[in-house]
Design a protein around this ligand. Sequence first.
Ligand code: SAM
Length: 314
Amino acid sequence: MDRWIEETFHPHWRVRLEAARVLHEVKTEHQHLVIFENPTWGTVLMLDGVCQLTTSDEFVYHEMMAHVPLMALERPKRVLIIGGGDGGVLREVLKHPAVLKATLCEIDRTVIDTARQYYPSIPGAAFDDARTEVVIGDGRAYVANTDQRFDAIIVDSSEPIGPSAVLHTREFFADCRRALKKGGVLVTQNGLPFLFPAHLRATTSALGQLFKRVAPYLCTQPCYFGGPFALNFATDDKHLLKLDAKHLAKRQKKRGVAELKYWTPEGHVGAFALPAYVRAVVADALSGEQERGEAPAVADGGEAAAAPPSAVEA
Ligand code: SAM
């Protein structure tokens, strides 16, 4: 009889997935890891009872984490990925020909080793690419101590629990800002705004205190049950959020970044158009800055057309 594996993240409801075959299960130094096959979702990775990815829909999250910041940048040469041991974001980052070096700092080597063994289609050849540098260690410590400077830092962390909790703190974001080149971009995963508005509020508020522009954007990740999934985009370069679909399409063509299954130039711009309940969380998060007179009001409809409507100048 098949085993059913439960996602234990939500306090008052549970999702159970049939495990037709458990491929690997271990308590690592950092977390509980299980990889199994499910007839609907394909190969599934769960860490500490939270679904991280499935081979059927991973393209959504990985494309939106990589291509939104990298298409916004004119020449992204140096990229840092924190977490992301499954290799999906790295795979997408390396599609940009301007990338000369991509560093991936992952705390748990087991995630990388089992990704290569049990779902090799996700990393593909990314870990063997000459431009890839893998660092096994805590991402918080890495950004606090690095003397490298990056065009983009992509924080592909798990939820703010366990080893990943430190990757959702203002101190960590401040160190990321220090490690960015002038006009660089920080992108973080920011959870499910419908279920966890406090997560989006806290991160947006922290980023609003550190960066000139903060703009959450959304994607629909089927295996993250609970509505649209939020990512956050922070930079001091206002222009990065003013690119229209025509400009992004030209860039995509020039770079030869093809065969994407989720990211499109129009979807890039549209992802920043937040539903009212999410926009309210963002406005609330930045209201502190407004009180301190550090941030003007959330951009109104007119200007929003040019800049993503959720973009707020800090
Ligand atoms: N998409 C997933 C999500 O949103 O939940 C995240 C996927 S990825 C597998 C998350 C990775 O972050 C895991 O491999 C985990 O080991 C890594 N991680 C957690 N805490 C970390 C830390 N402090 N430093 C570096 N990597 C960390």
